[in-house]
Design a protein around this ligand. Sequence first.
Ligand code: GLN
Length: 202
Amino acid sequence: APRIGVLALQGDVLEHLRLIERAGAVGVPVRREDELATVDGLVLPGGESTTIGLLLDRTGLAAPVQARLAEGLPVLGTCAGAILLAREPRQHDGTPTGQWCLGALDVAARRNAFGRQVASFEADLDVAGLTDPMRAVFIRAPWFEDLGAGVEVLATVATDVGARVVVVRQGPVLASAFHPELSDDPRLHRLLVDAVVTRDPA
Ligand code: GLN
């Protein structure tokens, strides 16, 4: 079975490891470069993206993670993890945050995009490729905007100001603005495992 790492610096590491196992793969916590070297795919959990960025730098994992992504390592970034994957993180008002990012996904990620009044909410989302809707838990979530030509929209959520993009894919890179581990739904992790298996057929 493929080995899928969970970046274990902050966030719901155990919950992601369980979803990976339910998706038919082996879950591996990743805190060090030698652990990163053993995985065939990676999950970047939610949390706080500037903190995780800082921890990636301090643990010496920033460059190795970036190098593996450049080689096409399949990855799923959720919420803060999705912000870290983006080309350009933006503040709530649309100005660039200037924070360090992995830059593996050709989107701008607008942080805390849904605003303070609706810091957290849930919605049932239709996700392209999945038969039933996904219960999505958003917590100070970003949305994705200014998508590059290679980026596919897998799901949007309706807001007062129109539909906003919340799940995207660009080749082996998957990102969701919400926390799939909080609704205990393994289907995005299954898409990640599929990307690994398609890349390295057994
Ligand atoms: N608001 C956080 C950030 O900007 C993300 C929140 C989350 O991961 N739930 O990094």
